[in-house]
Design a protein around this ligand. Structure first.
Ligand SMILES: Cc1ncc(COP(=O)(O)O)c(C=O)c1O
Length: 343
């Protein structure tokens, strides 16, 4: 069933066979990959299949080995999903405001972007999405939950309704899910609906943005296509090590809980500022606010060396700024600046 949805050239693709694909086991003399003999381990190519990391993911996150793949950031996973399932002239569906790279990668691949905007409440327009799926048959529906930049989690039942009524692929981006209280992952839906692909990342809660580690969780048939299409050594040896380290970090829960606690406190604080019109409730590691003049506040903060993100060009988000929850020190500096702002 997944194979029928794949682009035929992806289905038929014979992947590049690396030196390390053709050999498994332990050897004492490696002369098969034109590497340097000299070095501390990084002289060798990395495992193309990230097996140690995926075994650890199975152990720690209970994601079966044959249902996981690692991308060079989840951005690479987004790009590869688009290249697997859509061709130039096809479409994907997104609900703006949302994360920007779905559109950029679609356009870079000659794929059109259909926007079914969020409702004014910033919820998904489920009926509008279902109507558009039936009429325009987009090859991938992207749902980002918790959504960037609104911080909103969409009910899992809505995601199930969309995916079950979508004969093509539904990709659910859960980059921020670790920060969401009582979060139910769309991974729980894959067993009954193999057309669902879930994206996770090591860039947010795991604190490894610089290592570029994204995770695709899906039916093994999607995994097989991903392995064919990706660059042979898409995740560096150093990054694979960073991923293993992140999954062994015993302070992970405490750090995430700390960010969530400080997010909630900061959200309350923002609500006390006279010039803040709205604080959007957030289940992520950032908070979106509306102010009378977002450019003025942005420029003011920048003049003090504090950079936040202006999201005002997004539909429904006029005069909004998105603020990441940083360290205690960073937030203290930001608070001092916000306290002194005259609006
Ligand atoms: C919703 C969402 N998905 C994916 C990404 C990209 O993550 P990665 O660093 O794994 O490429 C981001 C980055 O900000 C994001 O906000």
């Amino acid at each position: 069933m997944i194979n029928e949805l794949l682009n035929p050239w992806v289905r038929d693709l014979v992947p590049y066979s690396t030196a390390r694909d053709e050999f498994s086991g332990e050897a004492s003399v490696y002369l098969d990959a034109n590497e340097s003999w000299y070095g501390d381990g990084v002289n060798r190519y990395p495992d193309p299949f990230c097996r140690a990391l995926r075994r650890k993911i199975e152990e720690k996150l209970s994601i079966p080995f044959d249902m996981s793949a690692i991308g060079n950031g989840s951005d690479e996973v987004i790009d590869l999903l688009i290249r697997m399932f859509s061709a130039p002239g096809d479409s994907i569906l997104i609900s703006r405001p949302t994360y920007g790279t779905y559109s950029v990668f679609a356009r870079a691949n000659g794929v059109n972007v259909i926007n079914v905007p969020l409702l004014p409440t910033l919820d998904l327009d489920v009926d509008g999405i279902l109507r558009t799926i039936a009429e325009k048959r987009p090859k991938i529906v992207f749902v980002c939950s918790p959504n960037n930049p609104t911080g909103k989690v969409y009910p899992i039942e809505e995601i199930r309704t969309i995916a079950d009524n979508n004969p093509f692929i539904t990709a659910v981006d859960e980059a921020y899910s670790d920060f969401a209280d009582g979060f139910v992952s769309a991974m729980t839906l894959i067993e009954s609906n193999p057309r669902i692909a879930v994206l996770k990342t090591f860039s947010k809660a795991y604190g490894k943005a610089g290592a570029r580690l994204g995770l695709l969780v899906s039916h093994p048939d999607i995994q097989k296509a991903f392995m064919k299409l990706k660059a042979p050594y898409n995740v560096s040896l150093l990054s694979q090590r960073e991923g293993l380290e992140a999954l062994s970090d015993e302070d992970f829960d405490a750090r995430v809980n700390d960010i969530v606690r400080r997010r909630n406190e900061f959200s309350k604080y923002l609500g006390t500022l006279p010039y803040v019109i709205k604080v959007y409730p957030s289940e992520a590691n950032f908070i979106l606010i509306r102010v009378p003049d977002a450019v003025a506040l942005y420029d003011y903060l920048l003049s003090l060396g504090i950079v936040v993100r202006n999201r005002s060009s997004e539909p429904l988000l006029e005069n909004t700024l998105r603020i990441t929850i940083g360290s205690e020190d960073e937030m203290r500096t930001l608070k001092e600046a916000l306290d002194a702002y005259k609006g």
